[in-house]
Write a new protein. Structure first.
Length: 393
């Protein structure tokens, strides 16, 4: 409070109570009283002290996300959910951290498919996906389908949302970066373009520094970043359904390798959990089942095996991928680890995501390569992997 507006005390001395009736005394009392009234009405003066901190409220510069995905409370505890929550819904959200992974991972017993079939039937009875007019609900339905499809490596059941369809392609008119390995693919397999088209889009997004920019970080917790439509497209193509020829096998291996390569990107954008066990198993099965000549496309095989080896959590499966990588490395006459990393980085690499990942497998690979003969090591292996690799890769 300003000093001029603080109340003050004034005393009127009287010798006898009858002195209050004196006109001059009453006039003096009124003047003193009105002085205090004037002080109270007076506007306080703002005097800033030397150490005074002045706070100013400004409009936020950052855009507010248009929709908040369910579960974003773990990222922003003050974020509003797109629907009003009752007591049961609040209890579900409160326990989602404990139950979410168990529910999402219940694929073996058919629970996920049972719920998925029921959801598809419900949507069909209400007129189909075109009747879902709320974009946030439409994306949530597709997002749930994508999570289960990725974890099981099965084609998505729900069509790509319109917003994802727009975000799934590279911007029109932007130049394509030169990539020697995709050029070699198109020259050798000119009719097999499903996977390489998706791969080109991924390369372009990374080259334009759009993979982790502010816009993608915002989309990752709202309507979906570039990852969701890219994963969708990779899950939708099934080369082996077209036959088991060389071109189909190569495309299937590269499809699975790209999914494993992108898994750390998804985590970096905040998605959790990211299950890749089924993808790793399928890749291993394809590599062991089909004998395929790679020729000039062997860098893609090296890149795929590296991505699988650093992503796979199962130790037995990782050992097999490591062994395969060592065999291919020997077949390419590569003798030091730096040479294999040059091959991997020559296909596609993002240092901010994969820096240091080679430390997980480099010693194991070089230990195998360092033996007198890869054949001798293979003959001592507990699994019949070498029979499928000899003279093939």
């Amino acid at each position: 409070m300003d000093q001029s507006s603080k109340p003050s005390f004034n005393f009127v001395n009287l010798k006898h109570p009858d002195d209050l009736k004196d006109e001059e005394t009453q006039l003096r009392i009124r003047r003193l009283a009105m002085t205090e009234v004037g002080k109270a009405r007076r506007k306080a003066k703002n005097k800033r002290g030397r150490n005074e901190i002045v706070l100013e409220i400004r409009e936020p510069t950052q855009r507010k996300p248009v929709i908040d995905r369910l579960g974003s409370g773990r990222i922003d505890p003050f974020g509003r959910y797109p629907i009003e929550l009752d007591d049961e819904a609040r209890a579900l959200v409160a326990n989602s951290e404990f139950t979410g992974k168990a529910l999402l991972g219940s694929f073996a017993g058919g629970e996920w498919k049972q719920h998925q079939d029921a959801l598809l039937k419900l949507i069909e009875l209400r007129g189909g996906f075109d009747m879902i007019d709320r974009e946030c609900l439409r994306i949530t339905v597709s997002w749930g389908d994508l999570m289960g499809s990725f974890a099981q490596d099965i084609p998505p059941s729900i069509p790509l949302p319109q917003k994802w369809e727009v975000d799934s392609r590279s911007p029109a008119g932007t130049p394509r970066p030169h990539n020697a390995i995709t050029l070699a693919w198109k020259q050798q397999l000119p009719m097999q373009l499903d996977w390489v088209t998706i791969f080109d889009d991924v390369v372009q997004l990374i080259s334009l520094d759009r993979a982790f920019n502010e816009r993608q970080q915002e989309l990752a917790v709202t309507s979906g970043s570039w990852m969701e439509p890219t994963i969708y497209r990779l899950l939708a193509i099934r080369p082996l359904l077209m036959g088991d020829g060389r071109e189909n096998v190569l495309e299937e291996v590269c499809r699975l390798g790209t999914l494993l390569f992108l898994a750390p990107f998804w985590r970096a954008l905040g998605h959790n959990p990211v299950w890749t066990a089924a993808i790793s198993r399928n890749l291993q099965r394809v590599l062991l089942q089909y004998k395929t000549e790679w020729h000039d496309l062997r860098p893609l095989l090296v890149w795929t095996l590296y991505s699988a080896a650093v992503e796979t959590s199962d130790l037995a499966e990782r050992s097999q991928f490591v062994f395969m990588l060592a065999i291919v490395m020997s077949g390419m006459q590569l003798r030091v680890w730096g040479e294999i990393m040059e091959v991997v980085k020559g296909v596609l690499w993002v240092d901010s995501v994969f820096a240091g990942s080679d430390e997980l497998i480099s010693d194991e690979v070089m230990q195998i390569v360092g033996q007198k003969s890869a054949v001798r090591v293979a003959e001592q292996a507990p699994f019949s992997l070498f029979d499928d690799l000899t003279g093939t890769y």
